[in-house]
Design a protein around this ligand. Structure first.
Ligand SMILES: NC(=O)C1=CN([C@@H]2O[C@H](COP(=O)(O)OP(=O)(O)OC[C@H]3O[C@@H](n4cnc5c(N)ncnc54)[C@H](O)[C@@H]3O)[C@@H](O)[C@H]2O)C=CC1
Ligand SMILES: O=C(O)C(=O)COP(=O)(O)O
Length: 400
């Protein structure tokens, strides 16, 4: 039995991929083989030694100590694109909420009382306070053209907006998906200076933390709207508040409430709802459950944020998976240890990614625990697992 420790509610569509006869899935469990979570903050949590991989049923992994996992030979999986459509739809809603003052107007309409005539009079007198602007013809600057950013950009084009975008690492696939009407901004400053709406779609990391600060916001068009469906930490909150106070920004639409933003004029807050649709929750949970399963049962790595993609079809051999530092001679030392134990390598795949590498080896016989220990002790080897000899159909299920 494999044991999966869950944090957060994981969609049934994902849990169903982990068959009850082979998987025990629970929010409290001893010696888990894997952790399956959404936004739960894993920083500061002692990850048990038994954990072989971590699956994030979503995209952002800033809630996971990825560096520590890498050093311990633990692949971290996520679900690229699995919730992108859900986020895109809420971003479009966010632009409309701000442009048409929908939240304030909704509050006003809900506050009305009296008979039909009284209400009707109040409506006609009050509505001028909520007159807005249209999206068509306005410029949207999209920062980060990944799964979400590209969809937001394309949807905005279809609403008649002029769209500019910036992504220093735009992939060829994303470039193909992007509408030809989206033009390229020279950089972040250029995007901000030219936009009526600025939408952030990049990961929170050391480079992007507080990326949107005072200097950049000073260059914004007067009355611009800033939308943040990425992470709170990408903006410098005091600078955003100052820009709102000065009227430099007319609204800040954020999926990440903080005490400093609550109740502040011009701030529209949603409770981290971007990925909270039935479809996105199902997609992400199913993708990540399949990836965890394929790793535990076959040693394959797909959609990992810290280890290379490694997939090897299952044959007759006895399989081991080794995570190691990406330095010379690791594979030769591993194969020497196997050879000295008279084990014959049938297939071997070794891939590296940055500082880390991963090797899958099929052998003619089971690797005895003493040899596994010997491999484990090779300097630079981070984790070694013997992979059960009952290949799963996880890959096939995923491709469906
Ligand atoms: N509100 C919510 O519920 C959700 C929030 N998110 C957040 O949105 C972020 C983006 O999601 P996806 O588009 O699916 O991720 P993605 O990985 O497909 O795209 C991120 C893009 O940002 C770009 N990027 C990185 N650094 C940049 C920089 N300094 N300037 C401009 N672009 C930069 C990357 O090159 C990449 O193309 C996630 O990392 C997550 O934090 C994602 C899903 C749901
Ligand atoms: O996928 C992401 O990055 C998200 O922010 C979604 O978070 P959630 O799974 O809804 O807690």
């Amino acid at each position: 039995m494999y044991k999966i420790l869950t944090y957060n509610n994981i969609s049934v569509a994902g849990l169903e991929r982990l068959a009850r006869d082979r998987y025990e899935v629970a929010s409290e469990i001893q010696h888990p083989d894997a952790i399956l979570l959404r936004s739960f903050d894993l920083h500061g949590v002692a990850i048990p030694d038994s954990v072989r991989c971590i699956g994030r049923a979503g995209v952002g992994v800033n809630n996971i100590p990825v560096e520590e996992c890498s050093r311990r030979g633990i692949p971290v999986f996520n679900a690229p694109g699995g919730n992108a459509n859900a986020v895109k739809e809420l971003v479009i809603a966010g632009m409309l909420l701000a442009a048409r003052h929908i939240c304030e107007a909704w509050d006003f309409a809900r506050s009305l009382s009296g008979d039909d005539e009284t209400v009707s009079r109040a409506v006609e007198q009050g509505k001028k306070r909520f007159a807005g602007t249209e999206l068509a013809g306005k410029t949207l600057g999209v920062l980060g053209l990944g799964a979400v950013g590209v969809r937001v950009a394309n949807a905005a084009v279809s609403l008649g907006m002029n769209v500019i975008g910036f992504d220093p690492a735009l992939t060829v696939d994303r470039a193909w998906e992007l509408s030809a009407s989206v033009s390229r901004a020279a950089g972040i400053d250029d995007s901000i200076a030219r936009s009526d709406f600025i939408s952030l779609h990049l990961p929170l990391n050391g480079e992007t933390r507080h990326m949107i600060g005072a200097a950049r916001l000073e260059a914004a068009k007067k009355g611009a709207v800033l939308l943040n469906f990425s992470r709170a930490g990408i903006v410098d909150e005091p600078s955003v508040c100052a820009a709102l106070d000065e009227g430099r920004l007319s609204a800040y639409v954020s999926d990440f409430p903080t005490s400093g933003l609550m109740g502040r004029k011009g701030v529209l807050l949603l409770p981290h709802l971007g990925a909270s649709t039935a479809e996105a929750e199902d997609n992400c949970a199913a993708m990540v459950a399949d990836q965890i399963r394929d790793f535990l049962e076959n040693g394959n790595i797909r959609n990992s944020v810290n280890y290379p993609t490694v997939e090897m079809p299952r044959g007759e051999g006895h399989r081991i998976g080794v995570a190691n530092e990406n330095v010379p001679n690791r594979v030769s030392q591993i194969s020497a240890a196997l050879g000295e134990a008279n084990l014959n390598i049938l297939e071997l795949v070794n891939k590296s990614r940055g500082e880390y590498a991963y090797t899958l080896i099929d052998l003619n016989a089971e690797v005895p625990p003493t040899v596994m220990d010997r491999i484990r002790k090779i300097p630079g080897v981070l984790s070694v697992h013997s992979i059960s000899n009952h290949p799963s159909s996880a890959t096939a299920a995923f491709q469906d």
